[in-house]
Design a binder for this molecule. Sequence first.
Ligand code: HEM
Length: 402
Amino acid sequence: MEPWLGNGLLLSSGDKWKKDRRLLTPAFHFQILGDFFEVFHRNADILVEQIINRLTDSEEIDIFPMMSRCTLDIISEAAMGIKVNTQTESDSEYIKSIDRVQEMTRGRFYSVLGLLPDWIYFSLTPSGRELGKHIQTLHSFTMNVITGIYRSSVQIKFDVPTISSSILTFVCSINAGKRKPFLDLLLETAKRATELSESDILSQVDTFMFAGHDTTSVALTWFLYCIATHPEEQERVYEELLECFGDSDRRCTLEDLPHLKYLECCMKESIRLYPSVANFRRHISEQVQLGDFTLPVGASVSVQVYALHRNEELFPDPLSFKPERFQKEQSIGRHPFAFIPFSAGPRNCIGQKYAVYEEKAILIALLRKFRFSIDKRHLPVKETHGIIMKPAGGMPLLITLR
Ligand code: HEM
């Protein structure tokens, strides 16, 4: 993944990772996240509108690409401060390329092509050349996101192949005083010191654009699948929403969220069954004793979140959708690492709270407006086990207005 995500937070290690994590953590502070609600709401409203428009043609809609566009627009605006409007404007090349890059990167990993050094693979093999083009599309998109801040602030056309330090300085000064999305923090640091190179900034933007939208859109999609196949649970969530909002159309606020406990249980149960990141790896740098097994230095360990979440010793009747298992009383005594959709420990997901708030804002808007079900001929919807666990062949749901 390195040719695509560079030395961004997801892939870096050691002192660089520590320094970057410390630098970026304030961008996900609780109080800052509250400010993002307005962006979540506005984009959720566009999503609702798009669904209503599509309903005139058919009740069956593949909601997965719609979720991808919505979360991509949100991460671009909330974290980077720029509107890319993929929900309303044309097909997104970025989304197409991001799927292909994941598929091809994983394909390379499990084939002999993985043994070739990057420079041979990318210049001499047909798949390397194709992958290189898709990575280029993604890098151009993120470059546009960065230079777009400049464009939207001074309203002149601006096109540069690389970002220069003077631009960074300028962007910092024009954004001073506003709330601090993630990109502003990076740019400010670049201005204060020369700690961050331009390629560092691009790697972080690529990392956050990917990690911040694909995971969340998949989680939303599997959630809707779960409740579409469990109408009773769906009605219970709706009743909880009615209790909280009555028949008003006021938007949800941070203060509403603690009252929506059943919604939260359903979210946890759906991501237990369908974790967006179904496995992740660790390189063993110090020998580890794990029960009777000794993990030697240099080994690569794959943590199988999908299997862990479906282990019947931890979750009895593991394949059934049972949101109540996440109610307080039923969670007592469960090992804290039995449920790890966002990983755990110091390398856990930095965007976890942001993702949960975003999902709640979108789901509340959708569930107040629509009822979801699915035609039996699509069941069960299969998973593709790539870098992110997506539904194979999309998610065609039957949607009706409430
Ligand atoms: C439902 C949504 C999400 C899920 C399930 C999820 C899951 C995860 C998991 C399992 C990891 C650990 C990966 C590993 O160790 O290889 C991780 C790391 C990470 N996530 Fe998320 N994530 C989500 C949303 C987000 C969002 C919204 C952002 C950014 C806005 C984000 C940014 C990151 C970053 C930068 C890392 C690397 C952190 C580090 O190593 O210090 N994620 N995520």
